[in-house]
Write a protein that binds this ligand. Structure first.
Ligand code: MCA
Ligand code: AMP
Length: 511
């Protein structure tokens, strides 16, 4: 019998007395205890009537209980669908419906709010809070810690992660057992993660970075995690001296550099800092080295693929680059609209192929065909070039995407909401440099003739529809959208016009 993910991540440590998780209050969870709980939670899921292949959607605070559910889904062959805590009722309703989730577990505080959307989607609704209360916690505490692990093949779907689409509709990326196992194995080897490591985990666990890159590699290596609820400076500063590795988005590193307590002494036990999910500015890389003596290792990935490239562990970690394709991953750079590779040094679209590349979008064969070629190469939509030494540079995006603090925001999704406002004739959303989030979301709107703009009401309208991090930090009324001769909105001109919006605000002390 086999279940590749269970066999690689969970089975090897089931009798281990090593620590898996250290909590900020000093509490420890050993591997053996975690594994027992995983079997108990898997038992509870079976009691709920869940079958292998069913979808379980989860929107709860970051907690060990959430990790147990993830691991129990692996053992049960249930497809895990983690959801950002910031998602609103409208957004959740879409995911539950699209994925035909069998069970939705949410925070008890949101149960009443979600009851109708869960019912409409045909999903059972249960609750779980970070402090261990809720209907699912009660159920899982009362069943035996026994469960027969379900057999899976490498091609079976382990997780469904939604990524926003350019059409405004999110697409569920189907990630197989092989996708997740192969990526974790490559990263553990490349980054030399071992049972001697203690990872400072401050990322959310509802995205690929915090869940698959951070948690799966920790489990695979039998390492330890200092498990923080999120990235807040005081607890991070307190935990850094105990950590040997850290994974973060660039905002983590710029925030640390702004913190006077962040010194080379504070990170004396640190072996490796890793950055990804958004571009790390070369100046951040350099300032970080000057302050700590560490060169951040930057890597590049995508929900649909897990990690694709990494700077080397031993060789030069080159600022402003994402390094080389991972072992087993092929990377090519092609001319737009073709599969012909461009010459080294020239800019083209990054395509990747390998065991890490997903199976396609959930029930969207047309979207899958648009991005995943028949020969297995995924068209990432990222623009890149290779330098003379083979390092890959990401120079931009061929997709209309904003990355704010490591979260993806698709302008179309915002524009659709803005355009439904009666006094708005048209709108455009785009990203401009932001000192904290890398890019900050801005929207410009044009009013209908004879109508008066009401920005406050427009903002109120967005609260119900869009997660907070997607809501524009600034909404500006302009006379008309700049368009090219084809009538296409020229977002590059808008980005240029408003390039200093957040930088200026910060310099003036208002940002
Ligand atoms: C919070 N806010 C944000 C963001 N986060 N606004 C824009 N972008 C964001 N990322 C809002 C809050 O709601 C709040 O609004 C205000 O901004 C300030 O919040 P603050 O307390 O400063 O935020 P925070 O709670 O400290 O969060 C910032 C953060 C967080 C720590 C950078 O966003 C984060 O953990 N990001 C990591 C994302 C991530 O894991 N990405 C991986 C995707 P107000 O004040 O008005 O209430 S996976 C991926 O991309 C691929 C696979 C890859 O390569 O890794
Ligand atoms: P997501 O869809 O959330 O998985 O985001 C994936 C996107 O994040 C990629 O397609 C890139 O545009 C971006 N990304 C991830 N890592 C990096 C990086 N190191 N540098 C630049 N962009 C990155």
């Amino acid at each position: 019998m086999s279940n590749p993910l269970y066999d690689a991540l969970l089975a090897p440590h089931r009798d281990s007395d090593a620590t898996f998780i250290t909590l900020p209050d000093g509490g420890h969870i050993k591997y053996r205890a975690f594994h027992d709980r995983v079997l108990q939670v898997a038992h509870a899921l079976a009691v709920c009537g869940l079958q292998p292949g069913d979808r379980l959607a989860l929107q709860v605070e970051k907690s060990v209980s959430a990790l147990e559910i993830y691991a129990a889904c692996i053992a049960s062959g249930i497809i895990f669908l983690p959801l950002n805590n910031a998602y609103t009722m409208d957004e959740i309703g879409y995911f539950l419906h699209d994925a035909t989730a069998a069970l939705f577990i949410c925070d008890p505080a949101r149960e009443a709010q979600f009851a109708s959307v869960a019912k409409a989607a045909g999903a059972q609704l249960m609750t779980l809070s970070a402090d261990g209360t809720g209907s699912f916690s009660t159920l899982s505490a009362g069943v035996p810690a026994s469960f027969k692990v379900i057999e899976r093949t490498g091609d079976d779907i382990a997780a469904l992660l939604y990524t926003s689409g350019t059409t405004g509709r999110s697409k569920g990326a189907m990630l197989t057992q092989t996708n997740l196992v192969s990526n974790a194995q490559v990263l553990v080897e490349l980054w030399r993660i071992s049972s001697a490591d203690r990872l400072l985990h401050a990322l959310p666990i509802f995205h690929a970075h915090g869940l698959f890159v951070a948690v799966n590699t920790t489990l695979l290596a039998g390492a330890e995690m200092i498990f923080l609820p999120g990235f807040k400076l005081d607890p991070v500063v307190a935990a850094l001296p105990q950590a040997t590795t850290m994974m973060g988005v660039p905002t983590f590193y710029t925030r640390l550099l702004d913190e006077p307590r962040f010194t080379s002494d504070l990170v004396r036990n640190m072996r490796l800092f890793i950055s990804g999910s958004a571009p790390l500015l070369a100046e951040t890389h350099e300032a970080f080295e000057a302050r700590t003596g560490h060169r951040i290792l930057e890597r590049y990935g995508m929900t649909e693929t897990g990690m694709n490239t990494s700077n080397p562990y031993d060789g030069e970690r080159r600022a402003g680059t994402v390094g080389f394709a991972l072992p087993g991953v092929e990377l090519r750079i092609t001319a737009e609209g073709s599969d012909t590779e461009v010459a080294d040094g020239e800019i083209g679209i990054i395509e990747v192929r390998g065991p890490n590349v997903f199976k396609g979008y959930w029930q969207m064969p047309d979207k899958t065909r648009e991005e995943l070629r028949e020969d297995g190469f995924l068209i990432t939509g990222d623009l890149g070039r290779r330098d003379a030494d083979g390092y890959v540079h990401i120079v931009g995006r061929n997709k209309d995407l904003i990355i704010s603090g490591g979260y993806n925001v698709y302008p179309k999704e915002i524009e659709m909401v803005l355009d439904e406002t009666p006094w708005v004739r048209e709108s455009a959303a785009f990203g401009v440099p932001h000192p904290d989030f890398g890019e900050g979301v801005v929207a410009v709107v044009v009013t209908q003739p004879g109508c008066k703009a009401d920005i406050a009401a427009l903002r109120d309208g967005m609260v119900k529809r869009l997660a907070k991090y997607k809501q524009p930090k600034e909404v500006i009324v302009i006379d008309e959208l700049p368009r090219n001769t084809m009538g296409k909105v020229q977002k590059n001109l808008l980005r240029d016009t408003f390039a200093n919006l957040f930088i200026r605000a910060t310099e003036a002390g208002t940002g």
